[in-house]
Design a protein around this ligand. Structure first.
Ligand code: FE2
Ligand code: FE2
Length: 232
């Protein structure tokens, strides 16, 4: 079987796991931001909100096409069902808080993606690299909106705990389940990839993600110039 990412079931299913989540949740987050547009008087913040919506909707479309190529439409449809909850009440502070923590997670994942796959040629790598770079470009929008609306950091930390576990849990489960389904666990290369993937996810995503629990957290405290300068 030919795998699109590093010719590896582990890395390919990990990429697929994130892509399954993107279309539904990025469209839902665009709806959350749209809901708050009339409440925001700050013109600079408003312009960033519009840019955020446009970017997330473009990411959703790009990943819908990717998911079709990879045969992931059914799993994608399940996420659309789950995300309906957001569309029913986009103004619930819980959803904006969710967005803040997921956007932070997305920024951590983006650094890991650019760090590992920058410069790779091919449609699928380009999609993930382009997406990663735009995520870093708008990494502060959600928290700036959260604080502009007067919400507290204590509430944010509570919300972050539940949804970061959901996202990371579902991506790890998908990767392991699909790799096992392909009967790739008899292959020593798969075990080598599982080891390096576990190390990668722990050090590049799970640990950096914890900075959201530090006092005075703000995404702009991380300098991402070297990632933003990468051509994709
Ligand atoms: Fe995105
Ligand atoms: Fe984003």
């Amino acid at each position: 079987m030919k795998y699109w990412c590093d010719d590896s079931p582990v890395w390919s299913h990990y990429g697929n796991a994130s892509s399954v989540l993107f279309p539904a949740w990025e469209r839902a987050f665009a709806a959350v931001v749209k809901h708050y547009l009339p409440a925001v008087q700050d013109q600079d913040l408003k312009a960033r909100m519009v840019q955020f919506m446009n970017e997330e909707l473009a990411h959703a479309s790009g990943h819908e096409a990717f998911n079709k190529r990879q045969g992931l439409e059914e799993l994608e449809a399940e996420e659309f069902k789950r995300a309906r909850l957001v569309l029913r009440k986009p103004g619930l502070p819980y959803w904006l808080g969710t967005m803040v923590s997921i956007e932070h997670l997305a920024a951590c994942m983006s650094r890991s993606v650019i760090g590992r796959w920058a410069g790779r040629e091919g449609r699928d790598y380009k999609l993930f690299l382009w997406h990663a770079k735009e995520e870093l470009g708008h990494k502060a929008l959600a928290i700036d909106l959260w604080r502009y609306l007067g919400h507290s950091d204590a509430d944010l930390r509570k919300i972050a705990r539940s949804n970061q576990a959901y996202v990371m849990g579902s991506m790890i489960k998908h990767t392991l389940k699909e790799t096992a389904k392909d009967c790739q666990l008899r292959n020593w290369r798969t075990w080598r990839d599982l080891m390096s993937w576990s190390f990668f996810v722990t050090t590049k995503v799970l640990i950096p993600m914890l900075t959201i629990y530090l006092p005075g957290f703000h995404p702009n405290k991380v300098d991402d110039t070297k990632y933003m300068e990468v051509l994709v």
